[in-house]
Design a protein around this ligand. Structure first.
Ligand code: ADE
Ligand code: ZN
Length: 320
């Protein structure tokens, strides 16, 4: 049994079609445009983001969020995951018309329930929405800086990587950094190595979401290894979104061989027909990693986690 940890998963993107359909019945909403035969349907990244927002729109109260968080974390724990960081988005709270506080309290309650039932440790990474622009990212950062919560330990950014330059998005990250939050950002998923380089230069994260397209620039790969920037790799997501044609083309092992710290994550699991368990299976079957090597990947994730040192020590002890 390999213990797992996940540091890149979008909470709203983790809602299973069955759970979303249940919410759709509760709120009497037609979801046939985004779910068909029990599966989410989308064709490309732009449609995926729409599908994601359609599912997110059905979580409309603190209790809905507690349920979503508890169900996802309990599934993870059943697959031997000991630690989870979930990307949350106060923009979703605004979109459904609940307060940021109710949204965060609901998620924290779900984390509390899951921990009580299974022992799983979890934290939130607040995110700004890149396609919302610099002001929106700054607003998201300002909210968490002004309203510190013990379970919100990081700040990141998702959304459409093809929009807005990291230089323009940096002010939000500076606010989050000054508030003591760990910093990560999506880059090098849809856009090439320049997006990773510019993110390192302007946003200065300790981790990059995906980052896999850094492989196209040898200098940059060396920089990632030298600076020990941790990549939150999500191979199943990359194949599903056609960033790579197959696992044989995926740069996970090449990055690892170059000394870049890599981790395995599920991103938006049901959208990409994956789970954290499946990502570790991909590690074993497609990349040829042994159980000891997979445990080392979990160790990399825990070392890079946005968590207090006492909790990190306890998590690392479980891996020994
Ligand atoms: N938001 C949710 N999933 C995402 C992904 N894979 N890339 C960028 N933003 C996202
Ligand atoms: Zn992501």
């Amino acid at each position: 049994m390999v213990l797992k940890a996940e540091i890149h998963c979008h909470l709203e993107g983790a809602a299973s079609p069955a759970l979303v359909e249940g919410q759709a019945r509760k709120y009497n909403v037609d979801v046939s445009g985004i779910i068909s035969d029990g599966k989410f349907v989308w064709e490309d990244f732009t449609q995926f983001l729409k599908c994601y927002d359609g599912a997110a729109d059905l979580f409309r109260s603190s209790e809905d969020y507690a349920l979503l968080t508890e169900s996802y974390l309990s599934e993870l724990a059943a697959d031997d995951c000991i630690y989870s960081e979930l990307f949350i988005s106060t923009d979703h709270a605004r979109a459904i018309g609940i307060s940021e506080k109710d949204y965060i309290d609901g998620i924290a309650e779900g984390m509390r329930r899951a921990k009580e039932e299974t022992g799983i440790e979890a934290r939130m990474i607040a995110t700004g929405l890149r396609h919302g622009g610099p002001e929106s990212v700054l607003r998201a950062a300002q909210y968490v800086a002004d309203n510190p919560h013990p379970l919100i330990t990081g700040f990141g950014m998702g959304g459409d990587e093809r929009m807005h330059h990291p230089k323009d998005l940096a002010p939000g990250f500076e606010v989050a950094r000054a508030a003591g939050l760990g910093i990560t950002t999506h880059a090098g998923e849809l856009v090439g190595p320049e997006s990773v380089r510019d993110s390192l230069d302007y946003i200065k994260p300790s981790r990059i979401g995906h980052g896999v397209r850094a492989i196209e620039d040898a200098e940059l790969v060396k920089r990632l290894a030298d600076e020990q920037i941790v990549l939150e790799c999500c191979p199943g997501s990359n194949i599903s979104l056609k960033v790579y044609g197959g696992f044989d083309e995926h740069p996970f092992m090449a990055l690892r061989a170059a000394g870049v710290p890599v981790t395995l994550n599920s991103d938006d699991p049901p959208h990409f027909h994956t789970s954290l368990k499946r990502e570790y299976e991909i590690g074993a079957k497609e990349f040829g990693l042994s159980a000891a090597e997979l445990t080392e990947i979990t160790r990399t994730a825990v070392k890079a986690a946005f968590v207090d040192e006492e909790t990190r020590k306890q998590l690392l002890a479980k891996l020994d």
